[in-house]
Design a protein around this ligand. Structure first.
Ligand code: NAX
Length: 332
């Protein structure tokens, strides 16, 4: 018996992350080697010609997992029948643009996307928001996609930050990457995020014992956090473009674990249910345990010290202000 097809909608599909992501959606890792993946590729009208070129390249990959490829500038066409929607398309921040203007533009885009999903989306569709400001865009989308799409089906990408944190710990300790566990991101995908290595283990050893020197201790609470918080800016400075290859890998990791389960905590921006005192309604990055099929739980019962509480609150406050500004913009 052949495996059923899966349909993935990708918005912003003519952009640079999509160019690295699309082959990953077809490599069998996320959906299985025998599953055909139908791609619904959405971009704005002026990008349709470039998107047509992407479609030609997808055919030239000669991958047996490639199903139907549809290119469109119409959201409802893209979202119809989608099992997964990866939301890359967002208004980019331009020189001289105020943060409030960016929130306003994107609030409109993600509100409209949510409404389209509510009209034509499958209630089981898993929506991953990547376009920035990712957490707040996800919160806006979720409000507008309800009740068709439950809020827990809408997540925001903080896996890139998570991967950055885990890689830096492995590099410092000279350890294998899969020996690093329980290092997570709290809060916003922005420079206020809290990369938290306090519960990390490296090959089963608590991080404080694996990295025991005074230099290591200072690094764990200082340069490590700053490095992860500012990594995106460092890449833009060097490449004159934002992260794309690593973002595509992180999206693939996020979808893999959400759909297939994971044996370690992962970081995902998810609708707060009040866990750890975080205001419900915000999409906040928590340590999550994924059990497959899109199911996950926010890891409960972690002890939070005063330092961590302060870091978690600062990023929560930023998210609360972003959501308030976005909602005010939407009401204008
Ligand atoms: P690009 O500018 O290369 O591509 C964006 C694409 O979206 C363009 O083709 C554009 O035409 C399209 N687009 C714009 N408005 C649209 C709309 N209303 N509907 C459909 N398509 C639309 O950006 P890229 O580097 O691919 O990044 C995509 C988004 O990911 C950006 O918002 C970026 O800031 C964000 N990122 C988020 C990350 C995260 O961890 N959450 C990390 C990587 C990245 O910075």
């Amino acid at each position: 018996m052949s495996a059923p097809d899966v349909t993935v909608a990708v918005t912003g599909a003519a952009g640079q992350i999509a160019y690295s992501l699309l082959p990953r959606l077809l490599d069998g890792t996320i959906f299985g080697a025998r599953v055909k993946v139908n791609l619904h590729l959405l971009d704005v009208t002026p990008a349709l010609e470039a998107l047509g070129g992407v479609k030609l390249e997808l055919e030239d990959l000669r991958l047996p997992t490639l199903g139907r490829v549809l290119t469109t500038d119409d959201q409802e066409t893209a979202f119809t029948g989608a099992d997964v929607a990866v939301m890359l398309g967002a208004f980019p921040r331009k020189d001289g643009m105020e943060r409030a203007d960016l929130l306003k533009k994107n609030c409109h885009i993600f509100a409209e996307a949510g409404k389209s999903l509510a009209r034509v989306g499958k209630p089981t569709c898993k929506v991953l928001v990547v376009g920035n400001p990712a957490n707040t865009n996800a919160a806006i989308l979720a409000r507008n996609a309800a009740p068709t799409i439950p809020a827990q089906n809408v997540t925001a990408l903080t896996r890139l930050d998570h991967n950055r944190l885990n890689s830096q710990l492995a590099l410092r300790a000279g350890a294998r990457l899969d020996d690093v566990r329980h290092a997570v991101i709290w809060g916003n995908h922005s420079s206020t995020q809290f990369p938290d290595a306090s519960r990390a283990t490296i090959a089963g050893t608590p991080v404080g014992e694996a990295l025991p020197s005074a230099d290591d201790t200072a690094w764990l609470r200082g340069d490590l956090i700053a490095c992860v918080q500012k990594r995106g800016a460092a890449i833009i400075k060097a490449r004159k473009l934002s992260s794309a290859m690593s973002a595509a890998k992180a999206i693939s990791d996020h979808l893999h674990d959400l759909l297939n389960g994971a044996d370690d905590w992962v970081s995902m921006g998810v609708a707060s249910d009040g866990s750890y005192g975080v205001q419900p309604g915000l999409v906040y990055s928590f340590p999550c345990a994924c059990t497959g099929g899109g199911a996950f739980q926010i890891v409960q019962g972690l002890e939070i010290d005063d330092y961590s509480r302060g870091m978690m609150k600062a990023t929560e406050d930023e998210l609360a202000a972003e959501l308030q500004d976005a909602l005010a913009a939407a009401a204008e």
